[in-house]
Write a protein that binds this ligand. Structure first.
Ligand code: SF4
Ligand code: SF4
Length: 194
């Protein structure tokens, strides 16, 4: 059975919003006066002299994307399209390609011939990172999008994404996995057929 929620009763003051606007303005004026006239070490200042002073972001801050590398420098991405499928903003475009027949990855997995993110359309939800089965795409760079007045500067291609390191300065993943060709790789052996 539905539960009835009583409608809150508001007085004339609340309905007119005037007292609430006055309260908001009082907070703004108080903060302005403190920040402007009191010395920095006394003023309870909540602003920063950016860019000289920067906030320390939490570890899980979602910065600009990057594509992680394998130890041979190739992209860890296998062009499975999970990230582009999960992306609610539809700002990831991938074109898959096959490795050469003499590559141990030939037949196991593909690689992204084209991998593009339109960062202006991105809403930084992190779904692409969550969806990736290979830890190939990350937002652990710790940096904001560099500003620009040109839209094309926000279209990041595969080379751009692979040239951005993580906040720790490395290009690899913190979660390595078994690769085709490793003796520990549990996948199908193409020669033996199992
Ligand atoms: S963070 Fe969200 S919106 Fe941005 S590319 Fe990833 S899935 Fe798409
Ligand atoms: S980044 Fe990850 S989820 Fe996206 S295509 Fe590559 S392997 Fe798949």
């Amino acid at each position: 059975m539905a539960k009835l929620i009583p409608k809150p009763r508001m007085g004339i003051g609340e309905q007119s919003y005037v007292p609430e606007i006055a309260k908001g303005l009082a907070v703004t004026i108080k903060r302005f006066a403190k920040n402007t006239f009191l010395p920095r070490d006394k003023g309870d200042i909540v602003t920063l002299n950016y860019p000289e002073e920067k906030l320390t972001y939490p570890e899980r801050f979602r910065g600009v994307h990057r594509l992680t590398h394998r130890s041979d420098g190739s992209p860890r991405c296998v062009a499975c399209l999970c990230c582009s499928t999960a992306c609610p903003a539809q700002c990831i475009h991938i074109e898959a390609a096959e490795y050469e027949p003499d590559d141990p990855r030939y037949g196991y997995e593909r690689y992204p011939k084209v991998f593009v993110i339109d960062e202006l359309r991105c809403i930084f939800c992190g779904y692409c990172v969550e969806a990736c089965p290979c830890d190939a795409i990350r937002m652990d760079t710790g940096v904001h999008m560099p500003p620009s007045t040109r839209r094309e500067h926000f279209i990041y291609d595969k080379e751009d994404l692979m040239a951005i390191p993580g906040a720790d300065g490395t290009f690899e993943t913190a979660n390595p996995r078994h690769e085709p060709g490793d003796s520990s790789h549990p996948g199908i052996d193409r020669e033996r057929g199992h």
